[in-house]
Design a protein around this ligand. Structure first.
Ligand code: MOS
Length: 745
């Protein structure tokens, strides 16, 4: 584990609003994405999705598909070659049970039921059409009311444990005022611009994959397990992703099928999901129903937050949106309880989707808080300040840092919150639109995973930094390179940064908002390892001003090596290297977090989001006219990219509040709106007056770099803020998301 006892000396790169280093390549089309690969002799694969949600496939017209010109093969459960690994096994972190034509049963609409291989993409699609499947259909269960809830047995990924702090019954009994409200959130589907895609090529028992993934080395191990080969036999190239959102952390069934087909046919195979298929076997955010029972004493102090989450999952796997956990870390209630129950439905297995748990749970919590504030006759911000947690609620752990008060203050100031009337329905604008103001608190934990990196200082004074993890589109190629350059005291243009290939040191996962912190720490410590070696060389060199410095701690800045704390003695790095014969110096680094840190401290990024909405009193149409978010997330490596990340999160929150919802046809269980025409996400015209404030925060404990992460937190406070603003505009408390026009008529 890296040394966390010494403060980090940053150079001139961290903190700069550098534009994306991959920006030109991205916008000119020069950046290669997985599906851009066209190896010779390529076969195209398209899978047939089930059109029912529950039952059996009774007939596929394989002969008709095979007879179509260009179609070379059709895989069905009847002839699918054997896999060495069990599709029900979960060999690695983020593994789910995959559907790879095990049998003829259908467990959800969109499940692959056959795979067509053809010389052209068009022929493969036509082959799928010609299969004309027939089914034995059983009634499907697709809503939370369609099946009996069960208690979640915690353990493993996506099976949240119940958490209780304090005496919950006493908290209820002590309440002078109480509310008991139930909120619902809809099923949502990740819809990255780049759909899932893979190009699979075998060479003997070695496998190369061009596949977008948030976790390259983990994915190598996962795919290897299905084919009975060692993980080192698999290489993955994933230099760029057109969005991940959690969906691309998961090895998916269609990819396994493509790899299997490539092996069986002895040819490279490309498979790319259609937009409609993105509503299929690739995870999603499961629907939730959340009951919140809150109580306050006469002064408005919370005596209890009792949060029960009911989450949809599939009939064959376990992942459940851990919504109720959102109530654990935020407000200083006398007692806290989070419980989770599941409902098994005929749907694909949900998975982690951007702020899994925090987004859905806080949507309900922040609205319930607003309802509680209303019942107590308090301003929503005052109510949150009365219940401000100085230490982590329940555990009493100190925070590594917490500038939430400053977030509230700066956000409220910028927004003009002080002028807000307490009662709803008081404000109209010049056009007669009902106007309302609402707020929500944002919190996201600061997980760190594990990552490795390598730094190579070259004799010409440039450096190469390498780590495998990918850039999902958030700018990792740039912010990670800034951290790397500072570790050697080099200007950014002298640092080459390689990522996105599994043969590089394991960069861990770009997820959990922990990539910059984790891979950044690995890169930094790799650079420090080079600095240490430079120090050894200089110390042993009679010609160096640093001769005999021995075990001193060295730092590099301004192209020179220094003894820390001594600004008299230094040596030019290029000269140290030259005198040593022009050597290349390679350093290794790791990123992670010693267990004691998590045992001692609570670690979160925080924020406060303020929303203004305009509601048409006649048409029920909602416009979010202003969104101000103030966030404290430790050290900001690249303010430009961070602002973009936070804006993206807030826009996602807007979509959660007003747009995103997958609707099932009760007859077939199919998703009715499985495309971007019917499944709405915010477009430019939906987004107005968006402002991001980053609040300064020094954090000496969270990790040596002081980075908390910004990938997901923007969503968290925004959903509730918009719901609360709609109440404030209209007096209508809508207890589900998304909130639509019919709710406001
Ligand atoms: Mo994520 S849901 O941390 O990719």
């Amino acid at each position: 584990m890296p040394d966390t006892t010494q403060p980090i000396r940053f150079g001139s790169n961290a903190g700069q609003p550098v534009s994306r280093r991959d920006g030109i390549a991205k916008v000119t089309g020069a950046a290669p994405f997985a599906a851009d690969n066209q190896p010779d002799n390529l076969l195209h694969a398209v899978y047939a999705p089930a059109a029912i949600a529950r039952g059996r496939v009774t007939h596929l017209d394989v002969a008709a598909a095979r007879a179509h010109p260009g179609v070379t093969h059709v895989f069905t459960p009847a002839n699918r070659p054997a896999l060495e690994g069990d599709p029900d096994d979960k060999p690695t972190m983020f593994s789910f049970r995959v559907e790879v034509l095990q049998d003829d049963t259908v467990r959800y609409a969109g499940q692959p039921i056959a795979l067509v291989l053809a010389e052209t993409l068009e022929a493969a699609h036509e082959g799928v059409r010609l299969l004309a499947p027939r089914y034995d259909m059983e009634p499907s269960r697709v809503t939370l009311d369609d099946a009996t809830p069960f208690d979640v047995e915690p353990g493993g990924f996506g099976r949240p444990a119940a958490t209780v702090h304090g005496d919950v019954e006493a908290g209820h009994a002590a309440a002078a005022r109480a509310i008991d409200v139930t909120y619902e959130t809809a099923a949502q589907y990740h819809n990255a611009m780049e759909t899932h895609a893979i190009v699979a090529q075998w060479d003997g028992d070695r496998l190369h994959l061009d596949v977008p993934t948030q976790a390259l080395n983990i994915s190598c191990a996962a795919y290897a397990a299905f084919f009975g080969i060692p993980a080192e036999n698999v290489t993955i190239s994933s230099p760029y992703l057109g969005g991940g959102f959690g969906s691309k952390a998961i090895p998916i069934g269609p990819n396994v099928l493509a790899i299997l087909a490539a092996r069986a046919m002895g040819r490279p195979v490309k498979l790319m999901l259609t937009r409609q298929q993105m509503f299929g076997p690739v995870g999603h955010r499961g629907a939730t129903r959340q009951r919140l029972r809150l109580g306050t004493d006469a002064a408005g102090a919370l005596t209890v937050i009792d949060h029960d989450g009911l989450s949809a999952t599939s009939t064959f796997d376990d992942f459940m949106e851990p919504a109720a956990n959102a109530s654990q870390g935020l407000y200083a209630a006398g007692a806290l309880r989070s419980t989770h129950r599941g409902v098994r439905l005929d749907i694909g297995t949900p998975g982690p989707m951007r702020a899994p748990g925090e987004a859905s749970g806080s949507a309900a919590l922040e609205c319930a808080l607003d309802e509680m504030a209303e019942a107590a006759g308090l301003d929503p911000l005052d109510f949150r300040l009365i219940n401000y947690a100085e230490t982590e609620p329940g555990t009493g752990k100190p925070y590594t840092s917490k500038a939430l008060r400053e977030c509230y203050a700066q956000g409220a100031e910028r927004f003009g919150w002080a002028g807000r009337p307490l009662a709803p329905g008081q404000m109209r604008d010049e056009q007669g639109m009902l106007t309302g103001w609402g707020m929500g608190t944002a919190l996201f934990p600061c997980p760190m995973f594990f990552a490795e990196a390598r730094a190579t200082l070259r004799p010409d004074g440039t450096a190469l930094f390498e780590t495998s993890a990918a850039d999902m589109g958030q700018g990792a190629w740039t912010s990670l390179a800034q951290i790397a350059a500072d570790s050697l005291g080099l200007p950014l243009e002298k640092v080459e940064f390689h990522a996105g290939h599994s043969s590089l040191p394991d960069g861990g996962v770009a997820g959990g908002s922990g990539h910059t912190a984790t891979a950044g720490t690995a890169l930094h410590t790799a650079g420090i390892d080079v600095v240490r070696q430079l120090g050894e060389i200089a110390s042993a060199d009679p010609d160096s001003p640093l001769h005999g410095a021995g075990n001193a701690r060295f730092v590099a800045h301004d192209g020179r090596l220094w003894i820390e704390g001594d600004d008299q003695r230094s040596d030019a790095i290029e000269e140290i290297v030259m005198r040593a014969g022009g050597v290349e110096i390679t350093g290794q680094g790791q990123g992670g977090r010693p267990q004691e840190v998590g045992e001692t401290y609570a670690m979160n990024a925080h924020g406060a989001v303020f929303a203004e909405v305009k509601v048409d009193p006649d048409l029920g149409q909602v416009r979010v006219s202003r969104l101000v978010g103030a966030f404290a997330a430790g050290r900001i490596i690249n303010p430009k990219l961070v602002e973009s990340q936070l804006m993206g999160g807030m826009i996602w929150g807007l979509g959660f509040a007003l747009h995103e919802k997958a609707s099932h046809d009760p007859a077939t269980g199919r998703i009715l709106n499985a495309d971007l025409a019917g499944y709405h996400v915010p477009v430019n015209a939906d987004v107005q007056g968006l402002e991001v404030i980053t609040v300064h925060e020094d954090d000496p404990h969270v990790n040596p770099l002081g980075i908390k992460g910004v990938g997901e937190i923007g969503i968290v406070g925004t959903v509730g803020a918009i719901g609360n603003a709609i109440w404030h505009a209209t007096g209508k408390r809508i207890r589900h998301f998304p909130i639509g026009i019919p709710d406001l008529l």
